[in-house]
Write a protein of this length. Structure first.
Lengths: 153, 95
């Protein structure tokens, strides 16, 4: 029997980019541009960037379960704000539902980006095999980050 | 760093040894790991000892942390993408 419960979390990330808000916004608005940094090699990616439009990204990493991101756009204010909601499936199980808000503001000749995600994690989100997958993703992220740091040094 | 810590506690300079990075950069990474709750450090005499603390996180914190890291990775890639793409308006101005 499935243990029914919901847990909530939210987080905000800020980034500064040396590009105009228009350019940063475009990297979120055009399918080909967004696939370049949002999806990973081998992922099945689609973007219909308009209010009510859908964005779907599907793929698996290192033989793990297929992860499906399925979003719908709720508000688009170029080049200032994007609001969308998305479901995240692990295999055929709905793992979480989120609202994501992305804000773009001019700052120091570039752009300050603020991303806030509010998540409801549903039953079974702490299944150990999923956590292992997450940790693997995280270690890959850290390795990529260190690689960039090292190549800059 | 995490791999080294999984073998037991270590000082900051022990952690820095295998990397071609400044001590300041290593400390920066440790701060990120500490903020994620994955690493705890305490000062023993003149040495800062670090250890892994995965139990410190509840399942939901781990999941939110992983979602956040996924985003951090993507936003880094967005930065790389923007840096690689020539600014169309600027290049037209230069012609």
């Amino acid at each position: 029997m499935t243990d029914r419960r919901v847990e909530h979390a939210n987080f905000t990330i800020e980034r500064a980019y040396a590009a105009s808000p228009e350019r940063v916004f475009t990297a979120w608005a055009e399918e080909k541009a967004k696939a370049d940094w949002f999806a990973r090699g081998g992922d099945d990616y689609r973007l219909d960037f308009r209010v009510g439009g859908r964005e779907v990204n599907r793929g698996s990493q290192g033989g793990g379960p297929v992860i499906t991101f399925d979003a719908r756009y709720h508000e688009i204010v170029p080049p200032e704000r994007i609001v969308y909601a998305y479901d995240l499936y692990v295999g055929s199980t709905l793992a979480s539902v989120s609202v994501t808000t992305v804000q773009f503001a001019p700052a120091d000749g570039g752009t300050r980006l603020e991303l806030t995600e509010q998540v409801a994690f549903l039953d079974g989100h702490d299944r150990p095999e999923w956590r292992e997958q997450g940790t693997r993703d995280w270690l890959e992220t850290l390795a990529a980050h260190l690689e960039r740091e090292t190549s800059r040094a | 760093m995490v791999e080294r810590l999984s073998r037991g506690p270590a000082s900051v300079s022990e952690l820095a040894r295998p990397f071609a990075m400044s001590l300041a950069a290593i400390v920066q990474h440790l701060k990120v790991l500490e903020a994620c709750g994955l690493v705890r450090s305490e000062k023993i005499g003149r040495v800062r000892a670090c250890r892994l603390e995965p139990q410190a996180l509840t399942a939901v914190e781990q999941w939110a942390g992983e979602r956040r890291r996924t985003w951090e990775h993507r936003l880094d890639r967005l930065g790389d993408y923007l840096a690689e793409q020539p600014d169309e308006w600027d290049t037209e101005d230069e012609k």
